[in-house]
Design a protein around this ligand. Structure first.
Ligand code: PM9
Length: 459
């Protein structure tokens, strides 16, 4: 491993938060009380928290200064105008509707753009996204390239849409029965895999041919842009900002969870160019979120988001971000730990099928692996497999995704390379006695988005 490949943190640390490690006996008690669900563990009991990169970002001094400039008027806050102008400039969309977080935007888009019975093709599902699509009568269809389901296959742009799958679906169902194409940049559950610009252009050309709209899930768009710059021919000399702008030029709008690439702790938005859709979204946002000029965010949140989105496009920031994740992945790979390859933008995904070959998928190997990693080390991770996938709405049967993974998700600007070393050592130590990881069964299974609050016991 060549350490020169990994740039030092491009920031100095101005405020610190102390963490502590409780004893192994205490961790065993905690995990049992949490029903073997890492979502139900108190943050105070966690040593290194890799549950998610969502809302766990460290803000910059400039963002904190922006927080003091919050205009908390009920309507027409100047911070909204700042956010609107920033998103218009960076993404190029005409209209922005603020929401409290990403799923608020997904709720609005699904309500206004899906007619019951219509299909919503996408490059692999995301939990909250698919939930809102289905809740509004949509039928999700996975049109990601087949290779994305193969954990060990190391090829670039594994998040791409399979154009043949998309065209086949349109031909079979009829263009009028496709609500829109949902294109995620990057693809979270495939392992944070990016989509190439060539693929985005091709999806645009194909959907134009049939008059179908394309909405991006923009949640980790800046991370996607870094991969395009690094790995796609013709983009090495382009700025991240220009790449992001071109990416969105092939879309009709997007949903955004600001809690990731906007470098803030809360917030989101919905964008579109279409006037009619915008008018409907504005009518609906007041029902679920708030005035069209705040949508569930405080003025100070919108200010921090406008500043954060611009900061995230600085090359030094995003290069360090991607490479810090890669550093952890490469360390694990070198030790023979099975992970999803190539290493994605926001997380390293352990391949629980190969980590726990003694467990069947209905014994929830990834859920148990995440619980055991916590007991081993105080490191919190997240299951991204059969539990997250939930049940088929029509048949009631478990979706059984090919990828059964545990996600080690790196918060932005929070941890150092040394923390990554500690995490790698913990996983390697657990791998040495992996046969002791037991299967789990449900003791409580919520009806929707079950992974958040489900409880389990050991078999
Ligand atoms: N992602 C994550 O940890 C937080 C919720 S699920 C544990 O990865 C995508 C690609 C996401 C995402 C959230 C949302 C929803 C939409 N699309 O959490 O509502 O990764 O802001 O965004 C989570 P909100």
């Amino acid at each position: 491993m060549n350490l020169n490949e990994y740039p030092a943190e491009p920031f100095r640390i101005k405020a610190v938060e102390t963490v502590k490690m409780i004893s192994r006996e205490e961790r065993e008690k905690v995990v049992k009380e949490a029903g073997y669900n890492t979502f139900l563990i108190n943050s105070e009991d966690v040593y290194i928290d890799l549950l998610t990169d969502s809302g766990t970002n460290a803000m910059s001094d400039k963002q904190w200064a922006g927080m003091m400039m919050g205009d908390e008027a009920y309507a027409g806050s100047r911070n909204f105008h700042h956010l609107e102008a920033t998103v218009r400039e960076l993404f190029g969309f005409k209209h922005i509707v603020p929401t409290h977080q990403g799923r608020g935007a997904e709720n609005l888009l699904s309500q206004i753009a899906i007619k019951p019975g219509q299909y919503v093709p996408g490059n692999m599902y995301f939990t909250t996204t698919r939930y809102h699509q289905e809740r509004n009568g949509g039928i999700f269809v996975d049109i990601i390239r087949d290779e994305a389901h193969d954990a060990g296959l190391d090829i670039p742009f594994k998040g791409n849409i399979d154009l043949n799958k998309l065209e086949k679906l349109i031909e079979e169902k009829g263009a009028e029965n496709i609500a829109y194409v949902c294109l995620a940049v990057t693809v979270n559950l495939a392992g944070g895999q990016p989509v190439s610009m060539e693929n985005m252009r091709a999806v645009r050309a194909l959907t134009n041919k049939y008059g179908i709209k394309v909405f991006y899930d923009a949640t980790r768009c800046v991370e996607n842009a870094y991969y395009i710059k690094e790995q796609e021919k013709g983009f090495a000399d382009k700025s991240i900002k220009d790449i992001v702008h071109e990416m969105f030029s092939y879309a009709d709008g997007c949903t955004m969870s600001g809690k990731k690439d906007c470098l803030v702790n809360i917030g989101g938005f919905l964008c579109m160019n279409d006037e009619e859709l915008f008018a409907t979204a504005k009518e609906l946002v007041v029902v679920y979120e708030g005035m069209p000029s705040y949508g569930g965010m405080a003025g100070r949140d919108m200010e921090a988001m406008a500043i954060g989105l611009r900061e995230s496009m600085q090359f030094e920031y995003i290069e360090h971000r991607i490479k810090q994740v890669r550093y952890l992945g490469e360390k694990l790979k070198a030790a023979g730990i099975p992970i999803i390859e190539p290493i994605g933008g926001h997380a390293v995904f352990l391949d629980a099928r190969r980590f726990c070959p003694h467990l069947t998928q209905d014994q929830f190997p990834a859920q148990s692996l995440a619980a055991n990693l916590y007991v081993e080390s105080g490191v919190r991770s997240m299951e991204r497999g059969i539990v997250s996938a939930g049940r088929d709405k029509a048949t009631g049967k478990n979706h059984a995704p090919k990828l059964e993974t545990v996600r080690l998700t790196i918060p932005r600007r929070v941890y150092t390379y040394r923390h990554m070393d500690v995490v790698a050592d913990a996983v390697i130590k657990l791998y040495a006695h992996k046969e002791q990881i037991k299967g789990l069964r449900f003791v409580y299974e919520p009806k929707q988005l079950r992974f958040f609050t489900a409880r389990f016991e050991e078999i």
